[in-house]
Design a protein around this ligand. Structure first.
Ligand SMILES: [Zn+2]
Length: 283
């Protein structure tokens, strides 16, 4: 089916309290595998791309690839730009037909973030596109974004003010999760999600999904996390799958067989998350 907006994916998920996986794809193979997983379990899905990947392939090619792949798969899918501090890059993507972007001005002051985020939302609306907003940096660096230290927590009242004043479609607060792999069990701030949602019913975004337990996912999704980002696990599955195939078949030089094996592992990985998040069967 044709691509849908981020709002069309997140609003039903937020209302029914299931999570939709936003998988950071890196190329055609990973994009196809995530979409195929969604088809197999009948799940809505968010194809998410980091700025680093956009720089590698180009905004236009990624959008055209997505539009073509999504058009003949019968599940709601949307194309989203992950952490982007640069408004020009967001504009390039939205002009190319992307559905939404995370405007990441977490390094700026509250006032500057608010002002610029409003501008991004206004611009996005012209294209029928959505915006994810963020106030505090998510801990852990992934694809050159993020921070080594946890940002200072902004009071819930100001988060609510930010969500309402900007008109963003979803909000990513710092809740104790981190990008990359967890070295120790993270301390999740469930209360913060509940407090924001209680004051302002907006889909919350969970960054740093890789490595969390099923119980943590389910508790956060029940509290209002409707978008669940998975990046690290896709990369691990992608690389490990190539490795194990080549180790098992060192004399096999047919790239199609190799890619088919990697595709199969990626589908399995994505399906697992879709089942855990409760999005399976919702498309
Ligand atoms: Zn993130």
């Amino acid at each position: 089916m044709p691509a849908v907006s981020l709002r069309e994916i997140l609003q039903p998920a937020f209302k029914a309290r299931y999570g939709v996986g936003a998988f950071n794809i890196v190329n055609d193979l990973t994009m196809a595998a995530v979409l195929d997983a969604a088809v197999e379990v009948k799940s809505p899905v968010i194809i998410q791309v980091s700025v680093k990947t956009v720089k590698m392939w180009g905004a236009k090619l990624l959008q055209q690839m997505f539009a073509e792949m999504a058009s003949h798969r019968p599940v709601p899918a949307t194309l989203h730009l992950d952490h982007c501090p640069d408004i020009e890059t967001i504009k390039t993507c939205l002009e190319a037909g992307w559905n939404s972007a995370l405007f990441d001005a977490s390094s700026l002051s509250y006032q500057d973030n608010l002002r610029l985020c409003k501008e991004v939302v206004t611009f996005a609306k012209k294209y029928g596109a959505g915006v994810e907003g963020e106030l505090e940096a998510v801990r852990g660096i992934e694809d050159d974004v993020g921070s080594d230290v946890e940002g200072e927590l902004i009071p819930v009242e100001r988060c609510v003010e930010f969500i309402e004043a900007t008109g963003i479609d979803c909000f990513a607060p710092a809740i104790g999760t981190a990008h990359g792999l967890y070295k120790t069990e993270p301390k999740i701030n469930f209360e913060r999600v509940e407090a924001i949602v209680a004051r302002c019913p907006t889909p919350i975004v969970l960054h740093g999904g890789t490595g969390l337990s099923s119980g943590t996912f389910q508790k956060l999704i029940a509290a209002g996390c409707a978008k669940v980002n998975i990046s690290t696990m896709l990369k691990i599955t992608f690389a490990d799958s190539f490795k194990s195939y080549l180790e098992a078949k060192p004399n096999e030089y047919d790239p199609m067989k190799l890619q088919k094996a990697v595709h199969g592992d990626l589908v399995k990985m994505a399906k697992g998350f879709m089942e855990t998040f409760g999005s399976a069967g919702r498309a």
